[in-house]
Design a protein around this ligand. Structure first.
Ligand code: KE4
Length: 432
C-alpha cells in the first residue's frame, strides 16, 4: 500500500535530516512511514503509490477552498510568465496589503515576509523596538514558529524564566521569554506583576491549533486586551492559523477583540511561502526603512506568492457564505464523530470553531496544554492509522487541529464518518 512512499522515505533520509523538511511530516508522533504525495485536487490527495485520501490537513490550513483551486493556479501561472521575482516593489504587494487591511480589523500597515515564523519573529522585534522593553509572554502549548524566543518551555514551578526547549537556543534568550497557561488570566497577571514595566509583548494564538484545537474561555481574550493596554504591552495575535480561516477577519472578527499587531501565514499565500505582520500605524512605523527596527527579505512580496494570496483572499472576501458552509460541514463531522465514539464507548472530547476541529481521546474537557496532554496518545495513533488505511488523511499528531476545506462534500464527510465507525469498533476491542 505504501511501497513507493517507503522507498522515497529511505532515499530522502540520505539527503535531508529525518527525510523531511519539517519535523511533523515524519510521522514520529504516530509511527509508521510518512506518506509521500504526488498531487491533489479539491479535497482529495493522491500519494506516490496512487492511494487516494480525503484531506483534513489542507497543508496545515492554506487549502481552505481545496487543492489546485483554479483561480489560484491561473493567477500563479500568469504571474510566472512575467518572471518569478524582481527583488523590487510591485503593484501586487500593494493590492494584497490593501485587501488584508480591508478584511482584518485593526490593521493600518502590513509587511510581507516568507513564513509564519518570520512574521512572529519580526512582530516580537518590532514590539521590543517600539516599547524599549525586552521580555515577552507566550503561552504553553502555543506555537509561533521556530524563532529562538519561542522555543522555550515554562520554567519549572517558581521559576518564571523559561528554559530552552531546543538545543541551540541560549539561556540568555530564554530569560526574556515568560510562559503562562492558556485560559489562565491570573497567571498572566502574576507575570505582569513580577515583571513590572518590562514586558514588550504578549503573543498568543487566540484560538490555539498547536495543542489540538482549544477555545478561549469567556472573557479571556478581553482580559488580555485590558491587561496589555494597562501595562503598555503590545498584544500580538498570532493568526497564522486562524487568519482568514475562522472568518474574513479571523479570530479578531469572531471575538471582537483587537490586537496591536497580528501575524499571518498559510491562507494568506494560498500554499505559496507568505507570512505577514501588521497592526497599528504608530507601531508599524518603527519598521525599517520608516523607522530603526530592521527586518528584510529577498523574496518578501514575491509576485507569484502575492498573486496566489490575492486570488484566494479575494474569493474569501467576495463570498462570506463560504464560512457558513465550512461551519456547517465541520459541525456535521463533529456531531457524527461524537455519535460514533459514543456508540463504541470511546472516551473522547472535541473542540470546534468554524472549520478547525480538535479530537482528543480523553474524558476531560480540553482547555489548555495540561488538559490537552491527557489525550490518550496510543488511541490517537490507532485512530490515525485506521483512518489512513481507509483513505482519510488526518494531521499526524494528537497536538494538531483538523482543517476542513470547502471542497469537502457531504459524500466525503459521510465516507469519513463510516471509516471512523469501523476504526472506533476496532479501538473498542483493542483498548477495552
Ligand atoms: P511557518 O513558519 O511554519 O509558516 O509558521 C509557523 C507558525 C506560526 N504560528 C502558528 C499559529 C502556526 O501554527 C505555525 C505553523 N503551524 C504548523 C502546524 N502546527 C506548521 C506545520 C509544520 O511545522 O510543518
Amino acid at each position: 500500500m505504501y511501497e513507493k512512499s517507503k522507498q522515497l522515505y529511505e532515499r530522502a533520509q540520505k539527503f535531508i535530516p529525518g527525510g523531511v523538511n519539517s519535523p511533523v511530516r515524519a510521522f514520529k508522533a504516530v509511527g509508521g512511514t510518512p506518506v509521500f504525495f504526488e498531487k491533489a485536487n479539491g479535497a482529495i490527495l493522491y500519494d506516490a503509490d496512487g492511494n487516494e485520501y480525503i484531506d483534513y490537513v489542507t497543508s496545515w490550513g492554506p487549502m481552505i477552498l481545496g487543492h489546485a483551486y483554479p483561480p489560484v493556479i491561473n493567477a500563479v501561472k500568469k504571474a510566472a510568465e512575467n518572471s518569478t521575482s524582481f527583488g523590487a516593489p510591485t503593484e501586487l504587494e500593494i493590492e494584497l496589503a490593501e485587501l488584508i487591511i480591508k478584511m482584518v480589523p485593526g490593521i493600518d500597515k502590513i509587511r510581507m515576509v516568507n513564513s509564519g515564523t518570520e512574521a512572529c519573529m519580526s512582530a516580537i522585534r518590532v514590539a521590543r523596538g517600539f516599547t524599549g522593553r525586552n521580555k515577552i509572554i507566550k503561552f504553553e502549548g502555543c506555537y509561533h514558529g521556530h524563532g529562538d524566543s519561542f522555543l522555550i518551555k515554562a520554567g519549572s514551578g517558581a521559576l518564571t524564566f523559561g528554559t530552552p526547549s531546543s538545543p541551540g537556543v541560549t539561556k540568555g534568550t530564554a530569560e526574556d521569554t515568560l510562559t503562562a497557561s492558556y485560559n489562565d488570566l491570573e497567571d498572566v497577571k502574576r507575570l505582569f506583576d513580577e515583571n513590572k514595566g518590562e514586558i514588550a509583548a504578549l503573543i498568543i494564538e487566540p484560538v490555539p491549533g498547536n495543542m489540538g484545537c482549544i477555545l478561549p474561555n469567556e472573557g479571556f481574550l478581553e482580559g488580555l486586551r485590558e491587561l496589555c493596554t494597562k501595562e503598555g504591552t503590545v498584544l500580538i495575535f498570532d493568526e497564522v492559523m486562524t487568519g482568514f480561516r475562522l472568518a474574513r477577519g479571523g479570530a479578531q472578527e469572531v471575538y471582537g477583540v483587537e490586537a496591536d499587531l497580528t501575524t499571518f501565514g498559510k491562507i494568506i499565500g494560498a500554499g505559496l511561502p507568505v507570512g505577514a505582520y501588521g497592526g497599528k500605524e504608530e507601531i508599524m512605523n518603527v519598521v525599517s526603512p520608516t523607522g530603526p527596527v530592521y527586518q528584510a527579505g529577498t523574496l518578501s512580496g514575491n509576485p507569484l506568492a502575492m498573486s496566489a494570496g490575492l486570488a484566494l483572499l479575494s474569493e474569501l472576501n467576495d463570498n462570506p457564505k463560504i464560512y457558513e458552509e465550512l461551519d456547517l460541514k465541520t459541525t456535521h463531522l463533529e456531531e457524527w464523530l461524537h455519535r460514533v465514539f459514543k456508540h463504541h464507548e470511546i472516551p473522547h472530547t472535541m473542540n470546534r470553531l468554524g472549520s478547525m476541529l480538535g479530537i482528543f481521546f480523553c474524558e476531560e474537557k480540553v482547555t489548555d496544554f495540561s488538559t490537552a496532554t491527557q489525550t490518550n496518545q496510543e488511541m490517537f495513533k490507532f485512530f490515525f492509522h485506521g483512518m489512513l488505511e481507509r483513505g482519510i488523511y488526518l494531521p499526524p499528531s494528537a497536538y494538531e487541529s483538523l482543517f476542513l476545506s470547502n471542497a469537502l462534500t457531504q459524500e466525503h464527510i459521510d465516507k469519513t464518518v463510516a471509516a471512523a465507525d469501523e476504526v472506533a469498533e476496532l479501538m473498542a476491542e483493542h483498548f477495552n
